[in-house]
Design a protein around this ligand. Sequence first.
Ligand SMILES: Nc1ncnc2c1ncn2[C@@H]1O[C@H](COP(=O)(O)OP(=O)(O)OP(=O)(O)O)[C@@H](O)[C@H]1O
Ligand SMILES: O=P(O)(O)O[C@@H]1O[C@H]([C@H](O)CO)[C@@H](O)[C@H](O)[C@@H]1O
Length: 160
Amino acid sequence: MWSKDKILSRAALPAVVADWKAQGQRVVFTNGCFDLLHLGHVDYLEKARHLGDRLVVGLNTDASVSCLKPGRPLQDEMSRARILASLLFVDAVVLFDEQTPLALIETVLPDILVKGDDYAISGIVGHEVVLANGGQVLTVPLVAGYSTTRIVERIRQLGS
Ligand SMILES: Nc1ncnc2c1ncn2[C@@H]1O[C@H](COP(=O)(O)OP(=O)(O)OP(=O)(O)O)[C@@H](O)[C@H]1O
Ligand SMILES: O=P(O)(O)O[C@@H]1O[C@H]([C@H](O)CO)[C@@H](O)[C@H](O)[C@@H]1O
């Protein structure tokens, strides 16, 4: 499979997820901006994938990111999507334009919803609907010292 084929539209995603579930595969969902992919992202996504059988990543569009993080993203949505889709342990990438992935999560109804442990369970968007549907909401420990912001700051220091 070509990485670009893992990038699914909101319309195409439900049938793919339903097929995985029909095969008894546990669907893991996470989301984020993933502006500059770093070791923390890779470690967390790989661990998230291994909490189930398939990993779906909800990716904020450029418009969504710019609302959440002024001045961002540094990389456009298709670049960020292709980079995520190129990871062996990512099974699907779907863009969402809203400020939160709630509607997308309500569509996917994943067996497992995951974020890094920079988020409390109660602060993870979608935790209520996933728990109400009998799913799990879990966090993965952060890899200390890695963030997109930190990379940007270090690049700025180079220029100063
Ligand atoms: N160092 C890290 N280790 C593990 N997971 C991480 C790490 N940094 C971010 N994550 C997780 O990656 C996902 C995407 O986060 P995000 O794109 O905001 O990364 P970031 O590097 O924190 O970006 P920013 O610095 O712009 O906030 C989130 O679920 C977050 O919990
Ligand atoms: O990359 P981030 O900033 O970790 O991703 C955000 O996560 C938010 C989270 O799901 C809140 O629980 C989400 O609401 C936001 O749209 C970004 O994806």
